[in-house]
Design a protein around this ligand. Structure first.
Ligand SMILES: [Zn+2]
Length: 232
């Protein structure tokens, strides 16, 4: 046996030990991650993270906006929210997703994102986080604890990120309904986070959400909703 062969004989068991140790560490980590996901899912309120029956869906809608036609409750939320509802925050999807597709995306725990409501390009309304809970939407816990957050689909991808007239009208209806049911007497838009009608980019300098089109119509949104509130 020459020196190289002796070395090999000595190193082989050591190499095996390292491989076995690494495998053990990997397995332990995998079990811990699986346990974490299991515990998180188990601690979620009933109805969250699964397909609901018609009756369950109706029960959920009865506690939220009657304008809702689709429900898929996201696990990405704080249950319940920590503050009373005083605000509305508008977002755009930066995409033209169906309500189901947006629900799938908010259903992923690893995405850590959600919104209370979504509006598709045809003006249909979905509920992803019940109003009693805080959605993870605006990069600001304080805002989202006080706000009902809404994602609106874009009919134009890029450019001004226009939203359809049907989506815009549904947004006015939904904001009015949220105000009426939660005792918000007036929506105040101040172009900064002081008002009670806010946007994502007020809290995160790295986003342009809700895009130029909705951004330029925020004053009008407040005005249209307030007109409706006054006539109620
Ligand atoms: Zn946003």
């Amino acid at each position: 046996m020459n020196t190289t062969e002796k070395q090999k004989t000595r190193n082989r068991p050591y190499g095996d030990q390292v491989a076995i140790s690494l495998l053990a560490v990997f397995l332990i980590l995998a079990v811990l991650v699986a346990m974490g996901i299991y515990i998180k899912r188990r601690s979620l309120p009933e109805y969250v993270g699964r397909t609901l029956t018609e009756a369950e869906m109706q029960e959920v809608i009865d506690r939220n906006s009657p304008l809702t036609t689709y429900v898929h409750l996201s696990p990405n939320a704080d249950f319940p929210r920590k503050s009373e509802i005083k605000k509305i925050t508008i977002h755009h999807m930066a995409a033209n997703l169906s309500l189901e597709r947006l629900g799938e995306s908010f259903g992923r725990i690893d995405r850590s994102a959600s919104a209370n409501y979504g509006i598709d390009v045809n003006g249909n309304v979905a509920l992803y986080v019940e109003e009693a809970n805080r959605a993870w939407t605006s990069s600001d816990a304080e805002n989202d604890n006080m706000a009902v957050t809404i994602e609106v689909a874009n009919e134009e991808i890029g450019g001004d990120w226009k939203v359809s007239d049907r989506s815009f009208d549904a947004l006015i209806d939904l904001c009015t309904d949220i105000c009426l049911r939660n005792g918000i007497e007036e929506l105040v838009y101040t172009d900064d986070s002081q008002g009670n009608l806010t946007t994502h980019k007020m809290f995160n300098p790295n986003t342009d959400c809700p895009g130029p089109y909705l951004g330029s119509r925020m004053w009008e949104i407040a005005e249209l909703v307030n007109e409706r509130l006054r006539s109620e």
